[in-house]
Design a protein around this ligand. Structure first.
Ligand SMILES: [Ca+2]
Length: 372
């Protein structure tokens, strides 16, 4: 039951100087996208945006342009990928006129990235399609992972000019997701990760209990023991961003699996998702700062984590951390958060505050991927 989260390319192709633009959407992607827009158009937010276009941005006295259609990349993107968006506009001013179309992208920290505005000259009732392409920066860029907002606007003059008026706007919050890295566990990346070896809870974290097999990271809690395993990033280079893991848990009551950011000492810098390794689907979201638990929330999101692979995620930004399961927002904390870079970790183990029931058989946590 893994979701289809493949990135959806969409764009409006411009046919040189022809009067009509053709929305090029191919096969399944077209269908998926159409459905997406069909559904999307019915959300309150979209209605609001539509209303904004018709009632606020284009006044009766200035009915100069209409937005005929638009498309915005959706899904997940990584460095090297390209974000596409486009819109088709029609000149409704009653005369030939020039228009400028701008596109801006806002990262989860609120920073804007403006793409160069494009100028177009249209006769009355003439339509044109304009595309924008934004290559996702890679390498050493300060890219922040998470959901991005995209807005396109039609202007009367070059945006930024003194007399420039915004004639129409299309905006989508959480239009797409940018991520910096996709660890698929096809091999063990020694530059990024190390296996932990130390006591934790009622047992030991053993490096031998952490292994790559079948394109999975497997953390084993061996039969008849209270031992477990832990993978941790080598560097303390994780702070703000979106952290996602797709995994299937073992049924080993009284043990838990944690996906979290951590920096020593204990209780000072931590953001946690903890899932109970049993069929109930009980999860906890916890943060630590200044030597204390600062937030703790327990919920049953309604699925059995031992039955299939599911996505567990938290988005951490200044003054805010939000927790998601299968893309559904379950909880946000707005205070009691550290601001120090941490390690990203994942572990399966037996805490002292549970019953310490030794599994009859090897209990294995299967981790398909981590993205951040
Ligand atoms: Ca994998």
């Amino acid at each position: 039951m893994q979701k289809n989260r493949s990135q959806v390319f969409n764009g409006i192709k411009q046919k040189n100087n022809t009067k009509t633009a053709v929305l090029v959407l191919v096969g399944f992607l077209a269908l998926a996208l159409s459905l997406f827009y069909y559904l999307g158009i019915n959300t309150a937010e979209d209605r609001e945006e539509k209303a904004g276009i018709l009632e606020e941005e284009v006044t009766a006295a200035e009915q100069k342009v209409s937005v005929e259609s638009y498309a915005i990349s959706s899904g997940e993107f990584f460095p090297g990928d390209e974000i596409n968006s486009g819109l088709t506009i029609m000149n409704t001013s009653g005369k030939e006129d020039n228009f400028w179309i701008g596109c801006s992208i806002q990262d989860p920290l609120g920073n804007w990235h403006d793409l160069p505005a494009q100028e177009t000259h249209l006769k009355d009732k003439e339509k044109t399609a304009v595309d924008f392409f934004w290559p996702v920066p890679g390498g050493e860029s300060q890219l922040v992972s998470g959901p991005y907002l995209l807005t396109m606007a039609v202007w009367s003059e070059m945006p930024g000019e003194k007399n420039a008026r915004r004639l129409a706007t299309v905006q989508r919050k959480e239009a797409f997701h940018l991520l910096k890295y996709h660890e698929d566990f096809s091999s063990f990346n020694r530059d990024l990760w190390e296996k932990s070896e130390h006591p934790l809870g009622l047992g030991q974290l053993e490096a031998d209990n952490v292994a790559i097999a079948d394109d999975l990271l497997k953390i084993t809690m061996p039969a008849d023991t209270l031992d477990g395993g832990q993978l941790e990033s080598k560097a303390y280079d994780h702070l703000y961003g979106s952290y996602r893991v797709n995994m299937k848990l073992p049924d080993a009551p009284s043990s838990i699996t944690g996906f979290f950011l951590y920096r020593a000492p204990d209780y000072y810098h931590e953001v946690d998702i903890e899932i109970f390794n049993d069929t109930r689907g009980k999860v906890m979201f916890v943060t630590y700062a200044g030597g204390n638990v600062t937030n703790e929330y327990e919920t049953y999101p309604g699925f059995d984590p031992t039955k299939d692979f599911y996505e567990y995620r938290f988005d951490f930004y200044p003054g805010k951390v939000s927790f998601y399961l299968e893309g559904v927002l379950l909880k946000t904390f707005k205070d009691g958060l550290t601001d120090k870079p941490m390690k990203l970790m994942i572990n399966s183990w037996f805490p002292r505050w549970l019953d310490g029931i030794r599994p009859e058989h090897d209990a294995v946590t299967r981790i398909d991927w981590i993205k951040y």
